[in-house]
Design a protein around this ligand. Sequence first.
Ligand code: ADA
Length: 560
Amino acid sequence: MLRMFATHKIRKQTELSSCLWDFYTVPGDGSAAVHFRAPVPGCWETFPQTRTFRGTGCYEREFYASGNIRLEFKGVSHTAQVYLDGEKIATHYNAYTPFAAVAQKVFAGKHCLKVCVDNTFGEHSALHVENDYQTYGGITRGVALEELGDVYIRQVHVTPQKGPDGWHARVKVWVQNLSGMPFAGALRLEVKGAGQGAGMLKLLAVTLGPDAEAVLETDICCRDVAEWNPSTPVLYMIEAVLQDAQGRGVDDLIDRFGFREVCTRGKDILLNGEKLFVRGFCRHEDHPQFGCSLPFAAMQQDLFLMQDLGANSVRTSHYPNDEIFLDLCDESGMLVWEENHARGLSEEAMRNPNFEGQCEDCIREMIGAHYNHPSIYIWGILNECASHTEYGKSCYEAQLSLIQTLDQSRPRSFASCQFKTDICFGLVDVVSYNIYPLWYHDTPVDVYLADLYDWVQQNTEGAGKPFLVTEIGAGAIYGYRTPEKVKWSEEYQAETLKKQLDAVLAHADTSGVYVWQFCDCRVCGSWFGGRPRTMNNKGIVDEYRRPKLSYEAVRERFCK
Ligand code: ADA
């Protein structure tokens, strides 16, 4: 499975995942290699032979094709070297964003695809580091093979805008000429309701020089359409077809979007002009049976549970999520805070020479691939990094500016833990803090929150902006019950979340809250000290999605 809908009718697309590939390790320590047939997508830590393997693993499979082909990898954790018939055609860093490689004029017949995957830590990896979540190894999301003609549509972005005369779809299309000959034709754009007949059409002339790329933009008036919102998540298709001079379709790209607008006004976040109050969970893509490579049914179960808990939003802590999960959020009306990949990196770690480039690549790929998802209402960056230092601020500024150039239709934020020392709130549209009163310190929640909020209003450029609590919670070991209600007991977690949520929900100037976290998740071995079971145990459900006592405590408050 690549997406929850077909992205092509003309372009031939074949899924190369959802099957077994040849797999073998390349141990760096002289130990014996292992070789077995491994599922793609999947994580090698879920198999007996490679449970704790950190190194390079290679996947191989064959396929038949000819001419210009495009291979798209939805996620490889964490560094991929891609070889076609023995020749390297792509390199990519970061497990959480898709990338593609185009090979031109391949011979007709059988080809060998090899993907060597590295999940090691070191200076080469500024973002995948020993952390309070696991970095797995593998081809962890889907793989697609596509056959292209001489010209193809690389990307389509739709920005819904509500004007005095109703809704408009501003459409931006990137088209690429792969041949040495000029191309003249047309681009047919159609906006149509899922399952509906003819929609709103636009036809643009296209001329492309040899080996050139062009960007075309247009506005399609879509007056009588239904808005997307959490309770009625109506989706529309954008179908882009590239036609040759004779009007024949030579390539296409289909995506989904929704008519909705997000903005901030004073201290409110507005969705379609209505004030939004966020009731959410932070969620790692993590499961004891699948690693970070959750199958469709497991993603859907997480969504069902968060909806049962009364949540209207999920935060993709701390990296871009699987497109299939975002498709599920689009269809179910679950709002998404999506963020680039980083967690808790100090200024020293941010000074890694690879850091800024790896962050900005992640931002470009995240927004490039996820732009059309109506469920994503905000972009976040750099969770709990050094937003209290001048150097750190230069990184926050560069990345938030990059987001601004790529997408002017969504607010931007970052989750801070720099208590009364943050200097970056002038760079964002929404101020967000992660706070743990009654867990990491015993300050009463209302006192701590009021003190922090007032400090932001009186001392920072975040004054008057929307304010989100992007993390709050406590730990509990599933099954540990005690009348003393001590820390790590389910009773303590439930009691604490009651006090935390009651205080946050009663704070008049807060626009919402994300509970840390939805489910327990694996952490790196070096984090065992503060993490019993080498897990982050602050889930409302454990890693097998078994509810803890806090489940009802949160549900009562989110469903009020
Ligand atoms: C931080 C961090 C989370 C998690 C949490 C915790 O806020 O953003 O990833 O580590 O602390 O469990 O302490």
